[in-house]
Design a binder for this molecule. Structure first.
Ligand code: MRU
Length: 348
């Protein structure tokens, strides 16, 4: 089985997601600057995976700081945290994981620096290990929403590659239902422009032995209208307190179509993806990425004229009234989402 992200003691090892599915290659990153660059370039992507990798990048930064002066250590550590935070603006798990590392440093600020570094490494490994457990629990919580014979449409990649590994989020629900013995098949949107669906979701599901059919994004409406899709399950990059959900560009279109065709539309995400500080989805920052992602296929094959104007938002926001439920590690939140999500948060 592949490993999305791994702590190697003096490096963070990542599977090169930009090279999948043709090549299964791993690279070790030995400085926090390299880790930050890997997150930005989407060597690793997917909200929980970004969070876990950033926590490990912070641990790496702490380990590599050479000073014995406490103030200088904290200054350098904060610079590293800020650099890691500046990589991708939408996935809130990034800021959640970095804040957890910051809090850990503050709570242990009296320790000798070598012991503090050990604490920070242990915290990053805990973020990783907790994510594995959370994903499995989310999968089990969501599996009961899928029926034997369902065909589930999913968008982008919300599998092991988008998390610490193992189950993933949206694909975790599908995997858990499959493991329960239900006959589940999947339609995967190719997910232009970066093709997470075609390259990653199709690859992951085929490895799991779950039947998957690849469609291009503009085929989703036709597939819903002709009865090919019975449920939709997607992940999330940030959910506002009212349930509005930012996820890969194209998700909103699917939610509108799902409403039109009476197809249940579920979001799967750990509580760390819910930003209770943000009142509504209008406040979620939307990342805009390089125009070459649209004018070229995988940055190599040009498909548009030189100099054409391009708009490349990486995410969109689905309003809460289009969402049938949010599947979390503490159970499923049903509408009205603001109340039910808060209840799940307070139940911990
Ligand atoms: O740009 P990406 O590939 O990082 O976007 C990923 C997504 O939109 C996923 O659906 C989301 O992070 C949920 S993953 C568990």
């Amino acid at each position: 089985m592949f490993k999305t992200v791994e702590w190697r003691g003096d490096a963070v090892r990542l599977i090169e997601q930009g090279k999948l599915p043709m090549d299964e290659e791993y690279t070790e990153f030995t400085t926090y600057e390299q880790v930050a660059s890997a997150i930005k370039r989407m060597v690793v992507r997917g909200a929980p995976a970004i969070g876990v990798t950033a926590a490990m990048g912070a641990a790496l930064a702490a380990k590599n700081i050479e000073t014995s002066n406490r103030d200088a250590f904290f200054r350098e550590f904060e610079t590293a945290l800020k650099t890691l935070e500046s990589t991708r603006p939408t996935a809130v798990n990034l800021f959640w994981a970095i804040q957890r590392m910051r809090d850990c440093a503050m709570e242990n600020s009296d320790l000798p620096l070598e012991s503090l570094k050990d604490k920070l490494v242990a915290e990053a490994v805990a973020v990783y290990e907790e994510d594995l457990v959370i994903n499995k629990t989310m999968g089990e919580n969501g599996a009961s929403l899928l029926d034997d014979g369902d065909t589930v449409l999913t968008h982008c990649n919300a599998g092991a590659l988008a998390t610490a590994g193992g189950y993933g989020t949206a694909l975790g629900v599908i995997k858990a239902a499959h493991l329960e013995g239900k006959k589940i098949s999947v339609f995967a949107d190719e997910t232009r422009p970066w093709l997470q669906g075609a390259r990653l979701t199709a690859w992951e599901l085929m490895k799991e032995g779950i039947p998957v059919t690849l469609i291009s994004d503009n085929m989703a409406g036709h597939c819903m209208k002709t009865g090919k899709i019975t449920k939709i399950v997607v992940g999330a990059d940030r959910i506002a307190a009212n349930g509005d959900t930012a996820n890969k560009i194209g998700t909103y279109t699917l939610a509108v179509l799902a409403k039109r065709h009476n197809i249940p539309f579920y979001v799967t995400a750990p509580l760390s993806t819910i930003d209770f500080e943000l009142e509504s989805g209008d406040l979620i920052p939307i990342e805009e990425r390089d125009t070459a992602e649209v004018t070229h296929i995988m940055g190599v094959h040009q498909i548009a004229p030189d100099g054409v104007g391009v708009f490349n938002p990486a995410f969109d926001v689905t309003p809460n009234d289009l969402i049938s439920g949010v599947i979390t590690e503490r159970g499923v939140a049903y509408p009205p989402l603001p109340q039910s999500m808060k209840k799940l948060k307070d139940s911990g």
